[in-house]
Write a protein that binds this ligand. Structure first.
Ligand SMILES: [Zn+2]
Length: 76
């Protein structure tokens, strides 16, 4: 098993798959954030991405990253 540094918190963690660039703790945090956004989008039907950014304070780049990687669905 290989140990690499987490891209987010800089802590070492066990690298298991090719797309592992962040540790489990950061992954969990990201998942919580994604779930939060999903709920927010569902509860505020028709919300735009810019509204989402200003309402939640989550950076646009991050939201776009979630959408690009397919973990978050957003209907424009
Ligand atoms: Zn981390």
């Amino acid at each position: 098993m290989k140990r690499i540094r987490c891209k987010k918190c800089n802590n070492f963690f066990n690298f298991t798959t090719m797309d592992d660039t962040i540790c489990d703790i950061c992954k969990k945090k990201e998942l919580d954030e994604i779930n939060f956004i999903r709920t927010y989008v569902r509860d505020n039907y028709g919300i735009t991405i810019s509204d989402l950014v200003s309402d939640t304070g989550i950076p646009l780049a991050k939201i776009n990253k979630y959408i690009d990687s397919g973990v978050l669905e957003f209907k424009y």
